[in-house]
Design a protein around this ligand. Structure first.
Ligand code: KG4
Ligand code: ZN
Length: 354
């Protein structure tokens, strides 16, 4: 069985993981998050510079934790899109160097396929058909997934404006909470009343697209409420506002995800991406899936946010599917949609050419 080394550098986390036959052998993570905090968002040049410094130490640490050496690595997988261009370049260049010096195959992986594959490291192979809700800083999508690496991914809906994580980050800023906003809102909400502030549930009207997402209006509703409170000279009830916002997001996400399962006759829901780390999203999804008789799969918190193990997991699936590797001219795709888990060389294309 091949040991796959996965490298992730699409945003502010340098992640490396080693996976063999669906099993995570070890991983390492280095984050430049603290360096971006004072800018209120990720600064691509700072992220890229941090990746340059961290990528080799992360590979070495993941190897040490796995009890393996570089010579045990049989394939390299790397996020080649989507993400910040300069950040992606660092991971792809490192992956090529490892693939070339070790003489092993190289696979370009779609970052969002990585998020979905993360769950397989905890709960085993995905069923033949599942609904995947991807909720991250850059994406909010409901996907119909058959075989994650052999079949194209079908998009049932994508957010019309802000991603859920982006809304968390922006609302946190409005409330004066630290970056990244998701974990800050999650924490402060524990002391808040989720019904204290009446906030809209976007795109849930009878004429709205049933599976559609939009978070920009919700963010504006929070901003209006904050403005009104300040104008009235009242002290901001930060915990209550945060909890009410979190409840609105969790309600909308889980309601639509369960509807997608019903509409497509699918009995497994997989919730992945940074916002899947949110405690209310997790508990409401569990509650509603149990009531609807749907199996819920959510990766452990540390595999929800960006990491290298999830990219190695896709690489491992590709190796086992005997997908054709990429060439050393593998490109980066900063804004590519998720259709194929493998970038630059779809498995369908490979199978057709066989
Ligand atoms: O998947 P991810 O690590 O990176 C992207 O691919 O975007 O997601 C990052 C996003 C950020 O917007 C962050 O605020 C959000 O996930 N996030 C959370 C939580 N932890 C991270 N949002 C809500 N609650 C959390 N506990
Ligand atoms: Zn991500």
């Amino acid at each position: 069985m091949t040991v796959v080394l996965g490298i992730e550098t699409s945003c502010d986390e340098t992640g490396v993981g080693l996976v063999r036959d669906g099993v995570l052998l070890g991983d390492a993570l280095s984050s430049s998050m603290a360096e971006h905090a004072r800018f209120g968002g990720v600064v691509p040049e700072i992220a890229a510079r941090a990746h340059v410094a961290a990528v080799v130490p992360c590979v070495n640490e993941a190897l040490t934790r796995s009890g393996l050496s570089l010579n045990d690595v049989g394939a390299i997988a790397v996020t080649s899109g989507p993400g910040l261009a300069t950040a992606l370049h660092v991971g792809v260049a490192a992956a090529k160097a490892y693939a070339m010096t070790l003489g092993v195959p190289l696979y370009g992986v779609h970052h969002l396929a990585g998020h979905a594959a993360a769950d397989t490291l905890e709960h085993g192979p995905l069923p033949a058909k599942s609904i995947v809700l991807i909720v991250s800083g850059g994406h909010t999508s409901l996907l119909l997934v058959n075989d994650l690496v052999l079949d194209p991914v079908v998009h049932l809906s994508d957010t019309l404006d802000d991603a859920a994580g982006e809304a968390f980050d922006k609302v946190a800023r409005i409330l004066g909470l630290s970056y990244p906003g998701g974990p800050a809102i999650d924490k402060v909400s524990r002391d808040g009343d989720p019904h204290a502030v009446k906030l809209p549930r976007p795109l849930t009207g009878p004429r709205d697209p049933k599976l559609g997402f939009s978070f920009s209006g919700l963010k504006t509703a929070v901003a209006r409420h904050v403005e009104a409170e300040q104008k009235a000279g009242r002290e901001l009830a930060v915990a209550d506002i945060a909890a009410s916002f979190q409840e609105a997001v969790a309600d909308t996400l889980t309601r639509k995800a369960i509807l997608a399962c019903r509409l497509h006759d699918v009995s497994t829901l997989v919730v992945v991406g940074g916002v899947a780390a949110n405690s209310r999203v997790r508990s409401l999804a569990a509650e509603r899936c149990a009531a609807a008789g749907i199996e819920l799969r959510v990766p452990p918190m540390r595999l929800c946010t960006d990491n290298g193990a999830m990219i190695a997991a896709v690489g491992d699936l590709l190796v086992r599917a005997e997908a054709k590797p990429a060439s050393l001219s593998l490109a980066t795709h900063p804004s590519i949609e998720l259709t194929w888990a493998q970038l630059d060389r779809s498995v369908a294309e490979v199978l057709q050419n066989q």
